[in-house]
Design a protein around this ligand. Structure first.
Ligand code: HPA
Length: 235
């Protein structure tokens, strides 16, 4: 069996899938899992299934943006029996109290994406995660020494280069924590497909403040986010 974007057999994916944006991160996660095997590699988006502390876990990259994550999440939920997807990615902090390396648990995702905004005409759809996964991730982040975790809304934007706009200022004034490009698509897909989802991001840059993480900091904080995601799935 294959879908247009995944060439795996039924049963190849575990019910729980970790979803980084970057295919190289997926390979790196596979190295952390026990006995991970390659289950798909269409378009260079490699998927792996292994175990973590005895529990089966898969990993598949989402690519960038709502259209891409919506495709992969739909095919996993609909055709491969996947029940829970946790995105582990990065985001740009917009809240004034955020710092590089902080963890953001997206308990809501505003979006400018036409993919989800047009799904139900006349409705301003609320994009929200699985409460159980979000609560478990916040708890797991608290258990990681030296970690600051924020639970709140993010903006899922179709544009990485959004130009001059006051939009982020207005959203920050309303408590929005960060901007990224996938959470709302994942949450809307989980709703349609009766799955569970969570987006867990590390702050990799602070928008409007000219700072970003070093390569070494990215690796350390990524490993921490991975531990938090795995702990949330095991809770
Ligand atoms: N914008 C959108 N997505 C992101 C950003 C950003 O600044 N940083 C990390 N992911």
């Amino acid at each position: 069996m294959a879908t247009p974007h995944i060439a795996a057999q039924p049963g190849d994916f575990a019910p729980d899938v970790l979803m980084p944006g970057d295919p190289l991160r997926a390979r790196r996660i596979a190295k952390v899992l026990t006995d991970a095997r390659l289950v798909t590699e269409v378009r260079g988006i490699a998927g792996f299934t292994g175990t973590w502390e005895g529990r089966p876990v898969s990993v598949l990259a989402s690519g960038m943006g709502v259209p891409s994550i919506s495709i992969y999440a739909t095919e996993l939920f609909r055709f491969y029996g996947v029940r829970r997807i946790v995105r582990i990615g990065t985001c740009g902090g917009i809240g004034p109290h955020l710092a590089l390396g902080d963890v953001v648990v997206a308990t809501a995702a505003h979006t400018d994406s036409a993919v989800t905004a047009t799904r139900l005409p006349g409705v301003h759809y609320s994009h929200a995660p699985s409460f159980a996964l979000a609560a478990a991730a916040v708890q797991a982040a608290h258990d990681e020494p030296g970690t600051t975790v924020h639970a709140g809304a993010v903006l899922t934007s179709d544009a990485f280069y959004s130009g001059e706009s006051d939009l982020l200022t207005h959203l920050a004034a309303r408590g929005t924590l960060a901007v990224e490009m996938e959470a709302a698509g994942l949450y809307a897909t989980a709703d349609v497909e009766h799955g569970e989802a969570l987006a867990l991001m590390t702050v990799s840059d602070l928008i409007g403040r000219d700072v970003e993480m070093s390569a070494a900091e990215r690796e350390t904080t990524f490993d921490r986010a991975l531990r938090i995601a795995l702990a949330a799935l095991a809770a």
